[in-house]
Write a new protein. Sequence first.
Length: 79
Amino acid sequence: MDEERYTDMIRYKPLWDVMKKRRITTYNLEKRGIAPKTLQILRHDKNITMMTAGRLCRILNCSITEIVEFVEDRQGMGE
């Protein structure tokens, strides 16, 4: 049987693109209440709360679909 395993990932590359486009720095985010630890979590594509995502969207004046991307990673189980 040839099964496949799916690993779903949320990535924050679009966040950094939006920040660059709008000339918003991590320092600006920190001044608006985003903790340095949260920024580190975002850099490593780790999980954040929806509350944090909402705060980022308010700061950047954007929707969540503009700051995250969903990536489906298909890996064969037998490998």
